[in-house]
Design a protein around this ligand. Sequence first.
Ligand SMILES: Nc1ncnc2c1ncn2[C@@H]1O[C@H](COP(=O)(O)OS(=O)(=O)O)[C@@H](OP(=O)(O)O)[C@H]1O
Ligand SMILES: Nc1ncnc2c1ncn2[C@@H]1O[C@H](COP(=O)(O)OP(=O)(O)O)[C@@H](O)[C@H]1O
Length: 198
Amino acid sequence: MSENTIKQIYSLSRENRENKYGHSSYLVWFTGLSGSGKSTLANALEKKLFQQEKHTYVLDGDNIRQGINRDLDFSEKGRSENLRRIAEISKLFIDAGIITLAAFISPLEKDRERIKEIVGNKNIVEVYVETSLQTCEKRDVKGLYKKARKGEIHNFTGIDSPYQTPKNPDFVINTEENTIEEATQKLLTYLNKKFSTS
Ligand SMILES: Nc1ncnc2c1ncn2[C@@H]1O[C@H](COP(=O)(O)OS(=O)(=O)O)[C@@H](OP(=O)(O)O)[C@H]1O
Ligand SMILES: Nc1ncnc2c1ncn2[C@@H]1O[C@H](COP(=O)(O)OP(=O)(O)O)[C@@H](O)[C@H]1O
């Protein structure tokens, strides 16, 4: 409960940090099916930003769910709370001056809208990693689709749990038409233009 808490003002602001680091801070939110390429692209993009001396960090579904969100399942409620917490964490990272790359399936429009409300529309770029279920299932990086088809995993996104295609993403990258390098370069160009500090 937050009713008896009072917001504290920090002595250093986000602006102080952005000025020191020489770049804006923002959140790149990757959404897409399991195996669509979210983690691959978030990591490849981070490397490029890092090489440009930017301060960055990747938040990834699998890792977060083994730590801070280990109490949450893959029901609609569990996913929603998972994403709410990640949005709050991302907000702190943005305040810390860091370019944050978040890779989460985030299957429902209502949860993606809430993420934007939490971090503020101007601070987030929603990237839809567009890859067909057929291709994701063919890749089956972790063998999870096979398990889901056999009924060994339930509520698996795309099989027996929904994925709603984003209505109005800021950026769409199709990984069947773009190589990892092409996709990363296109995204980098877009971000550097959108958040140029000059
Ligand atoms: N039932 C079910 N459905 C979907 N995914 C599952 C499930 N069970 C485990 N996994 C693994 O968890 C990763 C997705 O976690 P997320 O936190 O990104 O999911 S969500 O945004 O809360 O929907 C997902 O990682 P990615 O493949 O990187 O997307 C899977 O490895
Ligand atoms: N153009 C591409 N973009 C991203 N990933 C690709 C591409 N082509 C092939 N892949 C492969 O697809 C897989 C995507 O897995 P991953 O990044 O873990 O997806 P997700 O995080 O969405 O579950 C990786 O094995 C990656 O090498």
